[in-house]
Design a protein around this ligand. Sequence first.
Ligand SMILES: C[S@@+](CC[C@H](N)C(=O)[O-])C[C@H]1O[C@@H](n2cnc3c(N)ncnc32)[C@H](O)[C@@H]1O
Length: 338
Amino acid sequence: MTLWIGTANHGFATYAMEELRRLFNEIKLNQLAPNEIFRMEVPQDREETLALLRQKEPIFLRHIQPVDRSLPIMGNADDLEALSELVRNSRLRCEHKRTAVHLRRADNSPFQYTAADTKLVLDAVLSEAGGEPSLQSPELILSIYAGAEELHVGWGTPEEQLSDWPGGAVRFQREDGQISRAKFKLLEAERAFKLDFATFKEALDIGAAPGGWTQLLLERGLYVTSVDPADLHPSLRQYPRLTYWKKNASEVKFQPEAFDLLVCDMSWSPMQMSKLVLEQIGALADGAAAIITVKLMHKKPLQTIRDVIAKLQTSFELKRAKQLFHNRDEITLYLVKK
Ligand SMILES: C[S@@+](CC[C@H](N)C(=O)[O-])C[C@H]1O[C@@H](n2cnc3c(N)ncnc32)[C@H](O)[C@@H]1O
């Protein structure tokens, strides 16, 4: 039997739990933070659990941490001492490894310390234990969830925890001249799906305005054709590699196999969006990648997602389907043209 703490975007934990129930027959689930963070108990051991999650990664599970130990919270400095002791006893695990300390706290937790304070103390202990305290690209993460009564502590790699950010809450720095927050969605998709947009040449962006996604692809050096009845941000005019069609996606037609990347963030009815994407299939080269957001407009997101994927799979192979941290009422698909 193993214990874990799972996290989904706020409001979506019920769907993550539904997916997990389908994956693990005898799973026990309890919510820790309403519709966001939950405790999960499975009969499988750690490796079996991780293997099942890898086989069919739940769309709405943003982050998962193992619970190797649970320590009662005293509400004073003894808590930091207990955590330090746990790290001191973990030399074998963390020796010579770039190790990050991630702390999250429930609103009602009596644990008194901030993430920064906890990290400061535990980084020093980690160094003494032969680890290499690190924030950037850690090999190992010590995850601590401070609940109402206990500190739930577990070690895991970023791959095992599905993210190298605390709770999977990916934070990007806002840049000067950034056109829209939507740009973060595409940046996160690039990282989450292990893509490098700079390796593509010609992108088609449908539903492009105001132009955050177009901006990112232009910055990566691609030629971009953007389609939207709404205006693109004027700052994008500086790019000679941009072609802009101020039209509805149903009104444009391109040369066969003109693009090796299609992106679509139309926030519109998912079935209509799928239809418009499929209408452009001839303009995509074989093996072209597609990054598409699917708006969850209905009460049954899992069914909506199944329907959209079934429709798109007529012409695409599905690589990943994930609700990213920057997705609101939507998920992101990564597909490849068959
Ligand atoms: C969420 S915004 C896209 C944001 C964009 N990804 C960015 O980074 O700035 C959705 C856009 O889809 C466009 N849209 C909706 N239906 C469309 C259609 N049938 N054809 C083309 N664009 C459409 C809307 O005009 C709107 O500008």
